[in-house]
Design a protein around this ligand. Structure first.
Ligand SMILES: Cc1ncc(COP(=O)(O)O)c(C=O)c1O
Length: 430
């Protein structure tokens, strides 16, 4: 498939100034602009032609900033809910599922929509790239990138906190081109990010870029493309649990492209994003009508993160304030930041499994719980067209049906290692 693929045509644009410029291969920022802003891909094709499901995620390649396709990807699957919809009293509930559910056509063997990012980001990578891609993650992102890079022989350095390495489960051994290094037990996601930033100061390594990477956002935007392709129109409401909020920014951007496409309506989906109580920093900022995340006590935040079940929703520096980020998306589209407790998410996850037939990730259960509450308190009406983004699921099913192996770390770093130590270690690994 890779050989026949013709690179997608696009130009880049600063969300802040509207300046347009070419992609230099891995452009993450607007050149010569002082104010921090996201940049966006403006695709040559205004009307998307969705290919058949055999293309995996690349069925949406018209709106992915890629010049090659990789093997074994899967696209998110959207279907009209019957069980859950009936129980909670909705007539137009569509579920977009990114996880493991082969019976429905969803084959994300790493179990979450982070795989959409990884296949898109790696499709943006030049085949001649000599440097090593660096990704820091607390779990699902690391698993997705490890899988995609291993399957496609792409050199990858993963930085993960040692306490999270249980998240690195796979159904086959990960190849040698992927190396895992960890920050020692007791450290957290921010220590892993710090390590990855130091690694990227070395000549041979470069950062993936997170929310700033157009390929990451447009990969996640395929959840919305899947929904609209299935439904035939843009939904009224979009429900998703957020840690960084990148998925919801991506949904908004896909929505803007779908309006310009002209065939699916003119409305913007209200972005109903959700967090796991008590870690609700974006709710606090949104309710205070503040672009900035409100000052927080770091010890308090760490304690809150220890409490929540949906750990992937624990980002303390989300791309919420940046121009083109979640604050702007929600101001433009409308919406709200909702919350669910651990008990509520556990109950919602159980209900989903009972009524729809598959287990879901705790984060996806947060989104489900907030949808149930929004129906009960009349925020959404029974005939509203609703997209529920189930961002992860089928993990238990996958583990039942497969033999699982774990990726082991090649090195354990102290919490704040010096650059010489890092260089010595990494030189031996790659
Ligand atoms: C399963 C799942 N759902 C939701 C999220 C939140 O995604 P984001 O806030 O990056 O859109 C994550 C992040 O890791 C995730 O793994």
């Amino acid at each position: 498939m890779s050989k026949e693929f013709k690179a997608t045509e696009y130009i880049l644009e600063s969300v802040n100034t509207g300046n347009q410029f070419n992609d230099q291969g891995w452009t993450l920022d607007a050149p010569n602009e002082a104010e921090a802003t996201l940049i966006r891909a403006i695709y040559a094709k205004k009307q998307i032609e969705v290919k058949d499901a055999s293309h995996g995620i690349y069925r949406f390649s018209d709106w992915l900033p890629i010049h090659k396709t990789l093997k074994n990807s899967s696209a998110p699957v959207t279907y009209k809910s019957e069980g859950l919809a009936k129980r909670i009293g909705l007539n137009n509930l569509y579920i977009t599922f990114s996880g493991y559910w082969p019976e429905k056509g969803a084959n994300f063997t790493t179990g979450s929509f982070k795989e959409t990012e990884a296949y898109s980001v790696c499709g943006r990578l030049s085949s001649d790239e000599k440097k090593v891609l660096v990704v820091a993650s607390a779990g699902n992102t690391a698993r997705a990138f490890a899988h995609v890079c291993s399957e496609n022989n792409i050199p990858l350095l993963l930085c993960v906190p040692e306490d999270n390495i249980d998240a690195l489960w796979f159904n086959k051994p990960i190849k040698d081109c992927v190396k895992l290094v960890v920050t020692k037990s007791g450290s957290d996601y921010f220590d892993a990010i710090h390590l990855s930033n130091l690694a990227c100061q070395l000549d041979n390594f470069f950062t993936e870029g997170g929310a700033k990477n157009i390929a990451r956002r447009d990969g996640m935007g395929t959840t919305t493309l899947s929904a609209v392709n299935e439904i035939g129109k843009i939904p009224d409401y979009y429900f998703q649990a957020v840690g960084s909020g990148t998925g919801a920014i991506a949904a908004w951007e896909a929505n803007i492209r779908l309006i310009a496409d002209g065939r699916f309506g003119n409305n913007k989906m209200k972005l109903m994003v959700s967090q796991n109580e008590p870690f609700v920093i974006m709710k606090d900022a949104w309710k205070a009508d503040s672009r900035a995340i409100l000052p927080m006590n770091n010890d308090e935040a760490r304690k809150q993160v220890e409490t929540i079940i949906a750990k992937v929703l624990s980002n303390r520096k989300p791309p919420y304030p940046i121009i083109g980020g979640l604050f702007d998306a929600m101001k433009d589209a409308g919406g709200d930041v909702l919350t669910a407790t651990n008990d509520e998410l556990l109950a919602a996850g159980k209900l989903f499994e009972e009524l729809e037939g598959n287990d879901i990730h705790p984060a996806a259960a947060v989104a489900t719980a907030t949808l149930i509450k929004a129906v009960n308190n009349g925020t959404v009406g029974k005939d509203d067209l609703i997209m529920l983004n189930i961002t992860g699921g089928g993990e238990e099913k996958f583990k039942r049906e497969n033999e699982i192996t774990y990726l082991k770390p090649s090195h354990i770093f102290d919490i704040d290692p010096d650059i010489e130590t890092i260089k010595n270690v990494l030189d031996k690994l790659f």
